[in-house]
Design a protein around this ligand. Structure first.
Ligand code: AMP
Length: 213
């Protein structure tokens, strides 16, 4: 099964992708995480990507497409995978279609999770991430037992640089202008499943599982 998760930043693609990966026994491919890793390791890709990322802009298509192609022919993806954060432009979606053809793969579904813009801002501005294990919290909706400390591993909770208010607004604008047209792209190809992203994590996950079946 090959699934694309589509939706505005902060809608819960990461959380839902993790639950789906566990339920269906396939890995997630998360372009934001892959890029942040490249930045941490200061690879040439990371150095090129980092200024776009901290401004809340998209990294150039050619860099992302190359990174994804390497990953989907790599290890552990024989049974399928869940894409979170790719494709994000029509150029990327077209390149992905060609890639699937080239390797004889078929895209099963595009799961479009959506919430209103106001919710996106509330969710992202309160988001905190454990610097050690990557667990995600929210200062109001899902706070840790001790402020600033991860319940799972005791690591420090940090705010992603691009989760600050002015960058959130930029990311949302980029999403609405450049990524949102993919909704029509995949609807036209009869691949789109629309999921209401409001409510609890379990509620949203149950909606997804019900629709996939
Ligand atoms: P995310 O964690 O998905 O919000 O991604 C963080 C940042 O990584 C984005 O704001 C972009 O700068 C970059 N990024 C991630 N995926 C892509 C993509 N498919 N195309 C271009 N830039 C991307």
């Amino acid at each position: 099964m090959i699934v694309v998760l589509l939706g505005p930043p902060g809608v819960g693609k990461g959380t839902q992708g993790e639950l789906m990966a566990r339920r269906f026994g396939i890995p997630r491919i998360v372009t934001g995480d892959m890029l942040r890793e490249e930045v941490r390791e200061s690879t040439s890709l990371g150095r090129e990507a980092s200024s776009y990322m901290s401004r809340g802009e998209l990294v150039p298509d050619s860099l992302i497409i190359g990174m994804i192609e390497k990953r989907i022919v790599g290890d552990g993806v024989r049974k399928g995978f869940i894409l979170d954060g790719f494709p994000r432009t029509v150029v990327q979606a077209e390149a992905f279609d060609r890639m699937l053809d080239k390797y004889g793969l078929v895209l099963s579904r595009v799961i479009f999770i959506n919430v209103p813009d106001d919710d996106v801002i509330r969710r992202l501005s309160g988001r905190r991430i454990c610097e050690k294990c990557g667990a995600v919290y929210h200062v109001v909706f899902d706070p840790p037992s001790v402020q600033g400390v991860c319940d799972k591993c005791g690591g420090n909770l940090l705010q992603r640089k691009d989760d600050r208010e002015e960058t959130i607004l930029k990311r949302l604008k980029v999403y609405n202008e450049i990524t949102a047209p993919l909704v029509a792209y995949y609807r036209d190809r009869n691949l789109l499943l629309e999921i209401d992203g409001s409510g609890s994590i379990e509620e949203v996950f149950n909606r997804i599982v019900k629709e996939i079946k």
